[in-house]
Design a protein around this ligand. Sequence first.
Ligand code: ATP
Ligand code: ZN
Length: 302
Amino acid sequence: MSPTVETRDRLRIAIQKSGRLADPARALLASCGLSWRESRDRLFCYGEALPIDLLLVRDDDIPGLIADGVCDLGVVGRNVLREQDFERRRSGTPTAFRELRPLGFGACRLALAVPDDWTWTGPTQLEGRRIATTYPALLRDWLAGEGIQADVVTLSGSVEIAPRLGQADLICDLVSSGVTLAANQLKPVATLLESEAVLAGPASEFEGERAALAEMLLRRLDGALRTRHSKLLLFQAERSSIAQLLPLLPDADAPTVLQVDGADRLALQALCHGHLTWQRLEDLKRAGAQGLMVLPVESMLA
Ligand code: ATP
Ligand code: ZN
């Protein structure tokens, strides 16, 4: 039996085997109620709690595995997904995958970086220059948009040392803190793409059992992503203070209001999505809130 036939009723998610996205991807999926039995080769993890299996691979293989139908979903950097999408378009291959959700980790940007001693005056400075990168399709697309003719030097790694080795004049590479660039006497000057880990899926819709599983997973994922920074705020207040209190909760869902005794004393609960700092709690207290309590949110299903 071929792998796709064998897994027709199960969902298969590709994640990075090891690297920056491996642990956060697993943790996020586990927070959606998934659990797995590890295999000895640690390439395939059989889903126990739900019929959702994991395939542990190199991140660069994930878009192709989705395109070929070997996997249904994948957790991969937007940078990798876009690069492979642009590459397929350039070669006339139909788009086979798409970004379903940004996942809020693995943040970085694809940036142009020039030697420290350059004075950056703008993209026209790049005309006729050699630019080293592992993202040639994204870089070519950006250069075309800027109307610049430059020489794209495609490397498979260690892009940041290319200028010192005389392979290129500048580079186009992923940057997060900028420490690696600085260590190589380079400075970022333009951002081509803001990236983070995303959930990728096929361009077409799922069918049958897998459609229901994927829908459930996305629902849980949305809940997990929402609750990540959410807190439940409880307090009491007089009805007359509500007008002063609500503007202090712009990031909250419409609060639930209960009557405590008589008509004037109310108990409120509000789900807040921003930071509930001590300062905000003090502002709320000053505006009439009493018995303020902030609770963590364990899970949520909209
Ligand atoms: P693999 O063996 O799976 O091919 P890799 O070396 O390509 O691993 P990592 O270095 O683990 O991959 O990076 C995976 C992803 O992490 C990147 O594609 C990118 O989306 C994200 N990322 C976040 N910050 C950075 C950074 N500073 N440098 C590189 N990637 C980053
Ligand atoms: Zn990789």
